[in-house]
Design a protein around this ligand. Structure first.
Ligand SMILES: *[C@@H]1O[C@H](CO)[C@@H](O)[C@H](O)[C@H]1NC(C)=O
Ligand SMILES: *[C@@H]1O[C@H](CO)[C@@H](O)[C@H](O)[C@H]1NC(C)=O
Length: 459
């Protein structure tokens, strides 16, 4: 019995085992198939991401998103017409109801969202998309610049808060928004930004205050002064007609403010409109401003406290009509990106270089690579504001620009693109007898891109 049962037991077990093994076998086959499918899917997705995100200095050509009449297409037409004329396609871009405008400011499009954007989109820059802060609100930091604060190991992005109604002060006046103040955002990785609030407030009541809301505050930049321990902000202050054309100065003990507004003046008794400041490795800082009806730039050293300019001033790029200067240094050489002077309308940027910051400055030409000819002659429909060195990667920078939307300035977008310094320049420099003393400055168009992984400062 026992034996029989014993012999029966394994047998029945064996019988049961066989179908069971057969079942498991099917299961295993299915599991394997599913696994292979998942693997293929994974490969497909990751390859797709790789296809979208090209190498930083990989040339990415792109057709213009709207079909255009022939006469609108040709950037040479605008070049023949002179530096202050815009391309017909740019005039079209500025008309709110046009297809070109719509292509660059689509409604209900996907945003750059550090909180709800999904992990596969993390650290991806989409130039021109609405960029949300960590509260889910569009970043308000136009015409801005970034400070890397060594004490807190944090990046701070300062810019114009344009969160108000766009209107004209009078018939012939430019589109404007009342002064709200200077916003500050903080980040550890240059991608996910936390709002630190308005760190320099506009003035509501006092009509005679430089920052009264009816005036103009543009292009704020902040640098840190090691001697005084102060964060110093310089900006362009003006009246609504841009006739005061002055610089303004503010300072704070903390990068997140509040900044105390100090004064405004015309540096060297000259007009001063678009401007930037630049802090060199040796701690000396400089002001660069458009002057004389924006026909030339002036560069001057700041005092040791960074609160005023010294008398040491040089006129550079005379009669070239350049504005929106953004200065940076690479391999001991100074470089600058400037735009032409066409108001809110985009135009062709140029790169310049100098071995001494006080000049002479030479023009290297158009730094743009990729996209299409219209993109390259319109700074990708934007205007530069700052060039940010990427920590730990010499020769790699971020070109920061604004895609202005004069019909609703608060919805102006940010165009951040990689900028590299290296290789031979396209145009022979003016004074170097054909010997290229400078490296080429290249700003690469990308629909989407990301920084090399080791430059992330993820905490
Ligand atoms: C700006 O110019 C307009 C027209 O010329 C004038 O009416 C207005 O008073 C000016 N505003 C300022 C602030 O100068
Ligand atoms: C300024 O201070 C920072 C840190 O506080 C330091 O890393 C930097 O080298 C200093 N720069 C100069 C020019 O002294």
């Amino acid at each position: 019995m026992a034996m029989g049962a014993g012999s029966k037991q394994p047998r029945s077990l064996a019988i049961r085992w066989y179908p069971a093994r057969h079942g498991s076998f099917t299961l295993i086959v299915w599991c394997l198939a599913a696994l292979v499918m998942l693997l293929i899917l994974h490969l497909f997705i990751s390859r797709k991401v790789e296809q979208i995100v090209r190498g930083i200095d990989e040339v990415e050509e792109e057709a213009f998103p709207v079909k255009l009449a022939r006469s609108w297409r040709n950037p040479r037409v605008a070049r023949r017409k002179g530096e202050h004329r815009t391309l017909p396609v740019v005039d079209e871009f500025l008309v709110e109801s046009s297809a070109v405008h719509h292509a660059f400011f689509p409604e209900g499009e996907v945003t750059m969202d550090p909180v709800n954007g999904g992990n596969d989109r993390r650290y991806l820059y989409y130039p021109g998309r609405v960029w949300l802060d960590t509260d889910g609100k569009p970043i308000q930091a136009h015409g801005g610049g970034v400070l890397y604060d060594e004490k807190s190991e944090t990046y701070f992005w300062y810019g114009e808060n344009k969160d108000g109604k766009t209107y004209k002060a009078h018939d012939k006046g430019p589109d404007r928004v009342d002064i709200v103040g200077v916003s500050c955002y903080s980040s550890k990785d240059l991608w996910s930004w936390t709002n630190q609030g308005v760190v320099l407030q506009g003035e509501e009541k006092n009509l005679f205050h430089d920052l009264h809301k009816s005036n103009v505050l543009e292009r704020p930049k902040v640098i840190y002064n090691n001697r005084t321990g102060k964060y110093v902000m310089w900006m362009h202050t003006d009246d609504a007609n841009y006739t005061k054309s002055s610089i303004g100065v503010a300072s704070s003990d903390s990068p997140t403010g509040p900044f105390t507004y100090l004064y405004s003046k015309r540096p060297h008794n000259c007009e001063s409109r678009d401007m930037t400041i630049f802090k060199d490795d040796d701690g000396k800082a400089y002001l660069i401003y458009s002057s004389k009806g924006n026909s030339e730039l002036h560069i001057a050293r700041l005092t040791d406290e960074y609160l005023d300019v010294t008398d040491d001033m040089r006129r550079i790029l005379v009669a070239r009509y350049r504005e929106a200067p953004a200065l940076f240094k690479s391999g001991g050489t100074y470089y600058m990106i400037t735009s032409g002077c066409t108001g809110w309308a985009p135009n062709t940027a140029k790169a310049h270089a100098a071995t001494s910051i006080m000049g002479p400055w030479e023009t290297l030409g158009n730094p743009f690579v990729g996209g299409n000819e219209i993109y390259r002659s319109t700074t990708f429909f934007s205007q530069g504001t700052f060039v940010l060195p990427v920590a730990g990667l010499p020769g790699l920078f971020i070109f920061m620009a604004d895609r202005w939307k004069p019909s609703d300035l608060r919805d102006s977008r940010y165009v951040w693109l990689p900028l590299t310094v290296g290789g031979l320049p396209d145009e022979a420099a003016d004074y170097s007898f054909m010997f290229p003393l400078w490296s080429r400055v290249s700003i690469y168009w990308h629909k989407v891109w990301r920084l090399p992984e080791k430059s992330y400062r993820v905490t």
